[in-house]
Design a protein around this ligand. Structure first.
Ligand SMILES: Cc1ncc(COP(=O)(O)O)c(C=O)c1O
Length: 391
């Protein structure tokens, strides 16, 4: 069980704000701040290269922590500056040719879909969207029907930007595995919110960011690459960290997933991401998930009672992301009015998930994303202020 008082005491931001934008960027807990600031201080005192050399073991520990968080081996983890870059590393390393098919989800995130379009223009590969079932989740049965020997990648988002949905990632991973098709899972909004086990998910690649539900620093994320794939996957771009220049006409890639990284990066942010993984693991992902999902379910239950409000969530199993619109008041106006009252939520545009938003004729929507450290009182405060703003 989560000790609410203790986790709030370790979260300085809770003194100033009702922060319900954890799907945007969560409030960092003190150990994460200490890890980041401690390393920056060290760099300032003894020099950047020297600080990295001194903290090398702790940096390796950060890889081990992130690996533990998702049930992977440290050699399968590469640190990136965000989830998009991590995802793109895996995606643009795929050897797609004219006529090859990428299968993806209706709820796919804009950045991923833009990359599919770019790849389609460059290579002539084809993007096919797996239909959603009646609940709004990507339909594994429909996926099964779509598979043929031209399918060279299955890439889906587990928890989409908005809509509260949890896609059946493990079922999709199992289908991909059964057909030997690489599976790329966007777990950007799942990591830190729900238990993640790459073996159970059956994915070959998984990308995530640190700043969202994991509560790490902005500007950090990671890619998981399954060991089997490391045998033959080559990054689209390699530098002298990812590979060694072995002769005038030759180079040799690193044996681990870090071949995707480049030489220069931020040790402070990496240490912060490792601290965030340790923090989540110490609390326990089951306990985190139960409390965050419970707060969101309570919130959803209250929002549906409000006049003029339409809750826009889909799927059968819903996560800690709650979305709604109002018949009269624009989403951005609701978010900014609440911010003036020190309550943080975000507004989401249809272009973030264009296919899903078009199918559901979604307007701009408000996204409220509680986390385990939010209190029931904060949810009440949010609802009270919202009712006032909408009356
Ligand atoms: C589903 C999903 N995937 C990927 C991303 C991109 O993450 P990042 O901003 O860390 O690149 C987001 C960001 O909102 C997201 O919602």
């Amino acid at each position: 069980m989560i000790e609410l008082e203790a986790v709030r005491a370790e979260t300085p931001g809770t003194q100033h704000r009702v922060h319900l934008n954890n799907a945007g960027a969560s409030l960092m807990p003190q150990p994460v701040l200490d890890a980041v600031n401690g390393h920056l201080d060290l760099e300032a005192r003894i020099g950047g290269y020297e600080a990295k050399a001194q903290e090398d073991d702790r940096l390796l520990d950060a890889y081990a922590s992130v690996a533990r968080l998702i049930g992977a081996d440290p050699s399968e983890i590469a640190f990136a500056e965000n989830a998009t870059v991590a995802w793109q590393w895996a995606f643009f390393a795929q050897d797609l040719k004219e006529g090859d098919r990428i299968l993806t989800a209706e709820v796919e995130y804009a950045a991923n879909y833009i990359a599919y379009l770019q790849m389609a223009r460059r290579t002539g590969c084809v993007i096919d969207v797996i239909p959603s079932d009646a609940s709004g989740a990507t339909d594994p049965h429909a996926l099964e029907q779509m598979i043929d020997d031209r399918v060279k990648l299955i890439a889906i988002t587990w928890i989409p930007t908005n809509g509260g949905l949890m896609n059946p990632a493990a079922e999709i991973g199992a289908i991909a595995g059964a057909h030997g098709i690489p599976c790329l899972l966007d777990a950007c909004q799942a990591v830190g919110q729900t238990p993640v086990d790459v073996s159970a998910l059956g994915c070959d690649y998984l990308s995530a960011t640190a700043r969202k539900f994991l509560r790490g620093p902005r500007g950090s994320g990671f890619l998981y690459v399954k060991k089997d794939r490391l045998k033959d996957i080559e990054p689209y771009m390699l530098d002298l960290f990812g590979a060694t220049w072995t002769g005038p006409d030759s180079y040799e890639m690193r044996s681990d997933a870090r071949r995707f990284e480049s030489w220069e990066s931020s040790p402070a942010l990496h240490l912060g991401m490792g601290a965030a993984a340790d923090y989540a693991l110490d609390l326990g992902l089951d306990a985190i998930c139960a409390r965050a999902f419970g707060l969101a379910a309570g919130l959803r239950g209250e929002l549906v009672k409000l006049d003029g409000v339409t809750v826009r969530d889909i799927g059968t199993e819903k996560c800690a992301i709650v979305t709604f619109s109002h018949e009269r008041v624009e989403a951005a106006d609701i978010a900014s009015a609440l911010r003036e009252r020190n309550i943080n939520v975000s507004a989401s545009r249809p272009a973030s998930t264009l296919i899903d938003a078009t199918a559901r004729a979604l307007p701009n929507i408000v996204r409220v994303s509680p986390h385990y450290y939010n209190s029931e009182d904060e949810i009440e405060t949010f609802l009270r202020e919202l009712r006032e703003r909408l009356s």
